[in-house]
Unconditional design. Structure first.
Length: 290
């Protein structure tokens, strides 16, 4: 590393050493790097994902739908490891942006893809008429918070999380800039939740399902090392109340386990193909000798 000031070149060129922890998979071009077909299970929905906050949104949604009795929401969840698997030809066909999660809806005569977590949540909410308000005003409020999350999370994950936890060097300006924005976003949520049980009002909706894995995870101290202390997340008392309330839902607990590959082995369900997998196929169970 050097203390010399950086002067941008007239034309930027790709430096393979740049990118910190994820340098090996970061690149400035799109498209597949290798041929690899995706597996297909027996259920109407085929999810290709990983248990990151964006992935958790969709698995929580599926588990919530199943908890409501929507048997048509049965799904197979396949692990996509973010070590280059996202550039396989089969995955790129479903998501040309090579990001998890990606979904194939095979519930009708013609299968089709849905990518971007917000689009998947909205698609499922409309398909099953669940977790989305029916009145125009309440629906608009729900969608406003859904898209707030989609636009805000890059500042939290790609901005604050990267420079605070993943970057190869600590850059004071970058950390301060994104810490300020992350705390501003937490304040936005805290003010909204002061007089509202959930983000869209009295109903639990896809807005909460989208926001909780990111900002609830931050509030719980689950993201980016010691960031919870650094950002003083306990001071956002309304966010803390909302985080605990949603985290206690059984479907949320199950959804957080799916495609997870870190933490307590009992909380990791690498693939989900049946409801019984939560009892029989977590990593602690699979690690036990026969």
């Amino acid at each position: 590393m050097t203390d010399a000031p950086y002067t941008p070149p007239k034309v930027w060129t790709f430096d393979k050493e740049n990118g910190g922890r994820f340098a090996s998979v970061n690149r400035p071009t799109a498209g597949a790097t290798h041929e690899k077909a995706l597996p297909v299970g027996k259920h109407p929905f085929q999810l290709y994902s990983r248990g990151t906050p964006n992935g958790q949104k969709v698995t929580i949604m599926f588990e919530e739908l199943l908890a409501l009795g929507h048997t048509g929401a049965e799904y197979d969840a396949w692990m996509i490891r973010i070590d280059g698997e996202q550039f396989g030809s089969g995955f790129v066909e479903i998501n040309p942006n090579s990001k998890i999660p990606a979904l194939m809806d095979r519930s009708g005569p013609e299968p089709f893809r849905v990518f971007e977590s917000g689009a998947i949540l909205l698609h499922l909410a409309e398909k099953f008429d669940a977790f989305i308000p029916k009145t125009p005003a309440a629906r608009a409020e729900c969608l406003s918070w859904l898209f707030w999350q989609m636009g805000s999370a890059p500042y939290l994950g790609g901005g604050f999380g990267h420079f605070y936890n993943y970057a190869p060097e600590k850059i004071e300006y970058a950390i301060n800039r994104f810490a300020m924005e992350t705390k501003r976003q937490m304040d936005v949520l805290d003010r909204r939740l002061k007089d509202n049980e959930y983000l869209a009002g009295p109903e639990y909706t896809i807005a909460d399902i989208a926001v909780w894995p990111w900002y609830g995870g931050l509030a719980q101290g689950l993201l980016y090392g010691d960031s919870a202390t650094f950002l003083d997340v306990q001071s956002y008392r309304n966010v803390q109340r909302w985080t605990r309330q949603i985290g206690a839902r059984p479907a949320v607990k199950r959804g957080r386990m799916v495609n997870r590959s870190s933490g307590d082995p009992a909380s990791q369900l690498h693939e989900r193909h049946d409801a019984s997998d939560f009892e029989t196929r977590t990593q602690d169970k699979l690690a036990k000798p026969a």
